[in-house]
Design a protein around this ligand. Structure first.
Ligand code: SAH
Ligand code: TYD
Length: 394
């Protein structure tokens, strides 16, 4: 696979980097994770093109996240965010009476947050960074993160850092794509170089235990195709809700602690590929014009795994300026601004940002009215009915 967020210029085609993308399951600690890793500084740097604030629904979602965390604060709180990107979550803590700090290694997106007046340090969060930040700013009431904790390969250094930063009664609250949803929806495109871990409660309990931490709450979130918000605290400092225990029972009943579940998943992934390729090739043979909607990192897995290139998809439209004018990793499909879609509707739009399906479909009434149709491949490859709004899980 090429680098998932490595959108390139034609001059870069020849030097494109490829690596093996494979996932392993550990029967002893139950963690599901990538087996081959790319150096984080190759992925997260001044060229990183994923700007979180492109989805209005996610902006709203993170307002709710901040409100939930803030309810637990005492006086004069301090919040540290890991992976604060362009400030989509952090902005909600930048208010009188609350101190905030974002730790974000990708300068491209960190600069966007700094320009919005948000305190941001351009760094990777780890044990060493935590020691420095603790000395400079004191301990935090909350360490928060979203779609970042599963990106950090040195999970023990990360947790040691969290432990250093937190006040005795402080909370570590983060949310990430949830393994149970990935398996349930055959959402194999969640598997790419940045997503190192695919978290479950059984695996997290195991690793937190080493650091004297425990799951205080686990709350499902209807974003990014099914996420879990994990609230973590020091042992014996909080009264855990029954949610985590129940989730562990459901995971065991649902087979997340059995290798056979992952073997069956692999078979469904292969069938999903066959179905999508057959659908797209059939439409192409009928002379239909197809474009891609949303140059997601997830789609790098889908397009490369399925062998879908510019012969099938004319271009991918995306609202992110940093991706426009570039080409998709591996398959080199042109990325164009949203207007390229809007000004000349295709017959079909492959919903590569299926996790934002509700928001996108609600915005694209005139495309549907023109006779255009969306194609999704999660949980199965199909043309969506105009009335079919829910693409992800409920
Ligand atoms: N929290 C945002 C961004 C998610 S993308 C959201 O949910 O939309 C992942 C972000 O984590 C990127 O901005 C990346 O630069 C950052 N990141 C990766 N490794 C990190 C690390 N070790 N410490 C802090 N941030 C990291
Ligand atoms: P996303 O699915 O959030 O993440 P990932 O890269 O982790 O798979 O990416 C959404 C992409 O889709 C992002 O590049 C912005 C783009 N997008 C649009 O072009 N239009 C839209 O209406 C939305 C919601 C997103």
């Amino acid at each position: 696979m090429p680098i998932a967020n490595g959108f390139l210029t034609p001059e870069q085609f020849k030097m494109e980097q490829f690596s093996e993308l494979a996932v392993g399951y550990c029967p002893s600690c139950h963690m599901v994770q990538l087996t081959e890793l790319i150096e984080p500084s190759t992925l997260f740097n001044e060229s990183y093109p994923y700007f979180s604030s492109t989805s209005r629904r996610m902006v709203e979602h993170f307002k709710g996240f901040a409100q939930e965390v803030s309810q637990r604060f005492g006086a004069d709180p301090f919040v540290l965010e890991v992976g604060s990107n362009d400030g989509i979550l952090l902005q909600n803590f930048a208010r009188p009476g609350c101190r905030h700090l974002g730790v974000e290694p990708s300068r491209s997106v960190a600069e966007a947050a700094i320009q919005r007046g948000l305190n941001t340090t351009v760094d990777f969060f780890n044990e060493e960074t935590a020691r420095r930040l603790r000395a400079q700013h004191g301990p935090a009431d909350a360490v928060v993160g979203a779609n970042v904790i599963c990106h950090i390969p040195a999970i023990r250094s990360l947790l040691a850092g969290v432990e250093i930063m937190l006040k005795p009664h402080g909370l570590f609250v983060f949310e990430e794509p949830y393994l149970g949803d990935i398996i349930r929806l055959t959402a194999y495109d969640q598997i790419y170089d940045e997503h190192i871990f695919y978290f479950s409660a059984v695996a997290l309990r195991h690793v937190f235990d080493e650091f004297g931490l425990e799951i205080v709450d686990a709350s499902p979130q209807h974003v990014h195709g099914g996420s879990m918000r994990w609230t973590i605290g020091r042992k014996e400092q909080h009264q855990p809700t029954p949610a985590a225990e129940r989730l562990i029972e459901r995971e065991i009943d649902g087979g997340l602690t059995e290798a056979g579940t992952y073997q069956a998943f692999a078979q469904r992934v292969a069938s999903s590929r066959t179905a999508l390729v057959q659908l797209l090739e059939g439409l192409k043979q009928d002379g239909k014009r197809i474009t891609g909607y949303g140059a997601t990192s997830k789609s790098t897995t889908t397009l490369n795994y399925c062998g879908i290139g510019p012969d099938i998809i004319d271009f991918i439209s995306d609202t992110t300026p940093a991706k426009q004018g570039r080409f998709s990793p591996g398959r080199h499909i042109p990325i164009k601004p949203y207007e390229a879609f809007k000004n000349h509707y295709p017959d079909y739009a492959l919903l590569l940002a299926w996790n934002h399906g509700e928001e996108i479909i609600a915005n694209e009434g005139s495309f549907l009215a023109s006779g255009g149709r969306f194609i999704s491949y999660v949980p199965t490859a199909r043309v969506l009915e105009p009335s079919e709004h829910a693409v992800g899980p409920r």
